[in-house]
Design a protein around this ligand. Sequence first.
Ligand SMILES: COc1ccc(C)cc1NC(=O)Nc1ccc2c(c1)[B-](O)(O)OC2
Ligand SMILES: [Zn+2]
Length: 265
Amino acid sequence: NLTACSSKYVLSQMHPMWQEPLAIPGGDRQSPIDIVVRKSLFDPQLKPLVPAYDPQTCQQIWNNGYSFLVEYDDTTDKSTLKGGPLEDQFRLCQFHFHWGESNAWGSEHTVDRKLFPAELHIVHWNTEKYDLFEEAVMEDNGLAVIGVFLKIGKRHEGLQKLVDALPAVRHKDSVVDFERFDPACLLPSNINDYWTYHGSLTTPPLTEAVTWIVMKQHIEVSHDQLAVFRSLLFTSAEEEVQKGMVNNFRVQQPLRGRTVRSSFS
Ligand SMILES: COc1ccc(C)cc1NC(=O)Nc1ccc2c(c1)[B-](O)(O)OC2
Ligand SMILES: [Zn+2]
């Protein structure tokens, strides 16, 4: 495990993929953050999370130049998330990952400064308050994102179908059909233990629209599976200089007095 100081050193050695804008509108609810476990507040009113995904809504994988997105048909309520800290019903629209060039770092959130090699984000938008994802992205309480940490260990059988499809979306702007993938297979066995707080997108437009739900339990993927993530490119096929898609995470943001609640004591 990297201790706080070495991880700071390690962080200073890394080159996040895009230049941080100087000032963000508002800017007191930015993500990601370090989750300080002993400062999180157990909230007994937090309910169990209820993901209900229909794998038939899975449509495609898209390399958008930041990550690869597995996108779902979000024109109906076939794949939803409710419960947990959420008052409304949210609709699944995509999931993607963030990772490092080495297994020593790559996650966006940290737990007591502990870095993970990668982090999964499962993105949902509030269909009770908004009509389109594009709207919800810009508004308070517009998105609910489940964050899951990845650790290097045994091969993740459910992930392999996705890993096998990645060479087809090596370059930015490439898209490939992808069907019947159930994101629930990427959730840890225990989804009742999580931290939740109000934050933002970690890539532009950095809007403060997100209720984050970060799982306490990680999932395991093999070294070789994560190596395939690193074979993707930030750059499109036409560009002369190809850049490997690694370190596609944002640096930690100040807590600004926010409380992180936990669903477990
Ligand atoms: C250029 O980017 C856009 C252009 C137009 C629209 C409508 C949306 C976006 N961006 C977007 O959705 N980002 C985004 C959405 C959800 C999440 C994240 C980023 B994350 O923080 O990584 O995890 C959860
Ligand atoms: Zn993300």
